[in-house]
Design a protein around this ligand. Structure first.
Ligand code: ZN
Length: 133
């Protein structure tokens, strides 16, 4: 674990170790919550849930399964990305044949002030690989 003035780095080891706690507690995130999740083949969310303030983005990275949002059921597959408003009542399940891997990012709805195009700016510092030989 490395925790410096303007950054934190942690090696969590195996993919399965990349839990919500690794991101949110080890990296001390202040604006988003991020988790990488593996739903085992045939498993389902234990309950339907919604949020008070947070919008969620799901990025399905491997496998297939199903989503149920506000009572509408539909398939989800690797490559699907999904935004769900806080009040959307959601649950997921993995198909019986394979695990479903997905990333979930959440942040307070409408809290993003500006995107990278307006917020990022070039700095003068250069890493060794950008300096002239
Ligand atoms: Zn949630």
């Amino acid at each position: 674990m490395k925790n410096e003035k303007n950054y934190a780095v942690k090696n969590a080891g195996a993919f399965e170790n990349l839990t919500r706690e690794v991101f949110n507690e080890s990296l001390d995130l202040s604006a988003i919550e991020l988790s990488i999740n593996r739903m085992k083949a045939g498993e389902s969310s234990p309950f339907v849930h919604a949020h008070k303030r947070n919008e969620e983005v799901y990025v399905f990275i491997k496998g297939k399964g199903a989503a149920c949002i506000d009572g509408e059921e539909f398939p989800v597959n690797a490559g699907d990305v999904m935004r769900i408003d806080p009040e959307g009542k959601r649950a997921f399940r993995a198909d019986a044949s394979e695990d479903l891997l997905y990333i979930c990012v959440q942040a307070e709805k409408a809290s993003l002030v500006q995107h990278t195009g307006n917020d990022g700016f070039p700095a003068k510092e250069k890493p060794s690989w950008m300096q002239k030989q």
